[in-house]
Design a protein around this ligand. Structure first.
Ligand code: 9WO
Length: 245
């Protein structure tokens, strides 16, 4: 996967891209990220990237000619150009899966009040990571890179990806425990120590369902439930003793 990032602040990406999963994916050659400074595509002697908005008003607008020159420098046939903005469609995991299937992403980060509207002709997709305004698209681009990178084959262990495809699809995570067995007087649930893999699977699935029902019921709307899930939901709803507080 190749990702080109167009930004006025390439230095913002150094920390997040040099740690953990993203760093390892780059070292292994699974991810090729390049940062491009939009200012390098401003040709005048002051390297001006923004200008006053037509019609007046507060703030500055990023210039169309500079942005298009930067885009043309990195764009190849088949590349998918994403603009990060609060006006975009909301980024959800299914979007991440679709983006991870692309071989070349270009992430355009705006700043100031935004970009000249005529640049939108060049954009394939406008994405938002949530309903809030940031000072620029950079942090949103980092979110996209992180979410996509962990889906690139070979980046995470096979174990993890296989697990993700199984029952937990669309549900919240079940509770996790590690040593010690007793912590501040609280015990690890007995079933997890039993070594009975089928009981553990069922316990985890039921807790995933229960947590989702209590914390994020919106995730269950329109979902298909198999026979086992219907049984578990019935137990959760009618037999009390919910473990989620
Ligand atoms: C700034 C501003 C200041 C005064 C009046 C109106 C204003 N609008 C904006 C604005 O929306 N600036 C954006 C900053 C322009 C595009 C890049 N910026 C951005 C991207 N902020 N937040 C995002 C973003 C991207 C993806 N998901 C969530 C937020």
């Amino acid at each position: 996967m190749k990702i080109d990032i167009l930004t006025l602040f390439p230095a913002m990406f150094a920390g997040p891209f040099e740690e953990s999963i993203i760093s390892r994916a780059r070292q292994r050659g699974l991810l090729d990220i390049k940062l491009w400074n939009i200012r390098d595509y401003a040709l005048d002697k002051h390297q001006q990237v923004d200008d006053y908005p037509y019609g007046g008003g507060a703030g500055m607008v990023m210039k169309a000619d500079v942005l298009c020159r930067a885009i043309n420098a990195v764009r190849c046939p088949g590349a998918h150009l994403v603009y990060l903005s609060p006006q975009g469609s909301r980024l959800v995991q299914s979007t991440v899966v679709r983006l991870a299937e692309k071989s070349h992403l270009i992430l355009l980060c705006g700043h100031y009040e935004g970009i000249d509207e005529r640049v939108m002709n060049e954009v394939d997709e406008e994405l938002s990571i949530g309903d809030y305004v940031l000072s620029g698209g950079e942090l949103a681009a980092m979110v996209v890179v992180d979410a996509v990178t962990r889906l690139i084959p070979g980046v995470l262990g096979d174990e993890t990806s296989a697990q993700e495809e199984s029952f937990a699809e669309g549900l919240l995570e079940y509770p996790h425990y590690t040593r010690p067995k007793t912590f501040q007087g609280r015990e690890v649930p007995e079933v997890l120590l039993s070594g009975h893999h089928e009981n553990i699977r069922r316990w985890r699935k039921k807790l995933s369902l229960e947590r989702t029902l209590v914390k994020r019921p919106d995730l269950l709307l329109g979902r298909h439930f198999d026979q086992e899930e219907r049984q578990m939901l019935e137990e959760i709803l009618f037999e009390g003793e919910n473990q989620v507080k």
